[in-house]
Design a protein around this ligand. Structure first.
Ligand code: SF4
Length: 477
């Protein structure tokens, strides 16, 4: 990497998502993970360059400085704030670069607010930009085409203010996903190159070894997406004494015994995209990997391994009628789903879903602040927008009622699992003032050992599939 001394101070900023600034936000939801992508990019800078990393979700931004370069990560619901910050720095004569999901989807919208924009992942383009910048000829736009995680410099984890996050040990060892769901950003973000690729297993294990404590959270879209990589990774992790959380698809859980290897390596909770109980809705969302799979079998397999489930569900697909909310919540409770994340279907720009909806004239607003999966921004098929919004709100309320928590907890085969389910689910959703207090006094560090203890297995699941006692916790984000 050739960045020359012209860069003395680089500042990376993650502006707050609009929903995180609402009076109704749950501060804990936005104090979970540090901005890992920005810390990864910072790894490309020469060590003699001063680097600042600020995350507006957990700290007040200092905007009264004069770095040589400001890099801002743009999501759809922080776009307005990102552009405001970008304009502020550009007015001060600071060189501003913008990248991320929203910039990739709508580069023309972002470009007037930046000196340079980036589309797609930045592993190949950011180093190229730094060279061009040092040579005095940076381009206005860089489009990622070369997709590899080989020879990445170490992530600048020293820039992460660990005490401000519940889960500072977040980690990503793959990029993208092998599937193509029509509502997902993934295809739009990875256009122009490979859409799924992994680190080497050795590099992933080295990164894991750098992380203190026991708990890890893999933020990969689909940690089991490449079975060979995942199996080797989990075998390499066995004996490291880790407990971890991750995300994977329905088919990958049923496909083979990789999930068993994962449990043996310390997997204790899994985010699973069930999305809908309707086969026709799955087909319309191009979620083929879920089609014809038994969700009950997924739940049983994970339950037997002592892995708790954070189930993801989407409301407002074209096949959804007024009964979809009760049907979904009943299923989740009866099957002992630990935490649920409900979403209102959201046609993000750049996705196949958006193109379809736009062609049908069904997009009703382009106010990106509302594209947070909690608002209805399109015309649903069999529901009114109001029915959809009310059904979504009701689903959260119904799933996290005391009675539902108790019923879902009692669905597990082991009493220990039931107890942990009950206390975790209640602790996560029913003690908001306590979470707020811990965040306000910046004491999340004190909670982490508790999280690790709750995740710690009572007995180790073995690769033959039997779990001898277990515990798990999942964070519903
Ligand atoms: S499986 Fe998940 S990450 Fe992959 S394309 Fe579908 S929604 Fe996106």
């Amino acid at each position: 990497m050739n960045a020359k001394p012209r860069l003395r101070h680089v500042k990376f900023i993650l502006p707050a998502l609009t929903e995180a600034t609402s009076p109704y936000w749950r501060p804990i939801k936005y104090s979970l993970f540090p901005p890992l992508g920005l810390a990864t990019l910072a790894g490309h800078l020469d060590p003699d360059i001063a680097v600042t990393l600020q995350d507006e979700h957990v700290e007040t931004l200092d905007l009264d400085d004069h770095p040589d370069l400001v890099a801002i990560q743009v999501y759809i619901t922080n776009a307005r704030r990102a552009y405001q910050i970008a304009d502020h720095y550009r007015a001060r004569g600071v060189y501003v670069i913008l990248g991320g999901l929203h910039v990739t989807s709508l580069p023309d919208e972002a470009a007037p607010h930046a000196d340079t924009i980036f589309t797609g992942p930045g592993e190949d383009t950011f180093p190229r930009f730094l060279e061009d910048f040092a040579a005095g000829r940076p381009l206005p736009r860089y489009d990622s085409t070369t997709r590899t995680l080989a020879n990445l410099p170490p992530i600048r984890r020293d820039l992460i203010k660990r005490r401000l996050y519940l889960v500072p040990n977040s980690i990503v060892v793959t990029r993208g996903c092998p599937h193509h769901c029509s509502f997902c950003y993934k295809d739009a973000f990875f256009t122009g190159g490979r859409t799924f690729y992994t680190q080497t297993v050795d590099a992933a294990l080295r990164e894991i070894a750098r992380l203190p404590g026991r708990h890890l959270y893999f933020l990969d879209d689909h940690l089991l997406g490449n079975p060979r990589f995942a199996r080797d990774l989990f075998r390499g992790m066995r004996g490291m004494g880790r407990v971890f959380q991750a995300a994977a698809t329905v088919d990958s859980i049923l496909r083979d015994d990789v999930i068993v290897e994962a449990a043996a390596a310390g997997l204790r909770s899994l985010f699973v995209g069930f999305e809908t109980l309707s086969q026709s809705s799955l087909a319309s969302a191009h979620k083929r990997q879920n089609l014809g799979r038994s969700y009950a079998a997924v739940v049983r397999k994970l339950d037997d391994l002592g892995i708790m489930i954070n189930g993801s569900f989407v409301f407002g697909l074209d096949g959804d009628d007024r009964d979809v909310f009760a049907r979904t919540v009943d299923w989740a409770v009866e099957n002992g789903i630990t935490t649920a994340t409900f979403h209102i279907l959201t046609p993000y720009p750049g996705t196949a879903l958006y193109a379809d909806m736009a062609a049908q004239g069904r997009i009703v607003t382009h106010d990106w602040d509302l594209y947070d999966t909690r608002h209805v921004v399109y015309r649903p098929n069999q529901l009114t927008p109001d029915e959809l919004k009310r059904g979504y709100d009701w689903s959260y309320e119904a799933f996290y009622r005391w009675g539902s928590i108790a019923r879902a907890a009692s669905a597990h085969s082991s009493a220990k699992h039931s107890l942990k389910h009950f206390f975790y689910s209640a602790g996560w959703k029913k003690f908001e003032p306590a979470w707020d207090f811990v965040i306000r006094v910046k004491q999340l560090t004190q909670i982490r050992p508790l999280l690790e203890a709750v995740l710690a297995p009572v007995g180790q699941p073995t690769p033959d599939g039997s779990a001898q006692g277990e515990s798990a916790v999942t964070l519903s984000v």
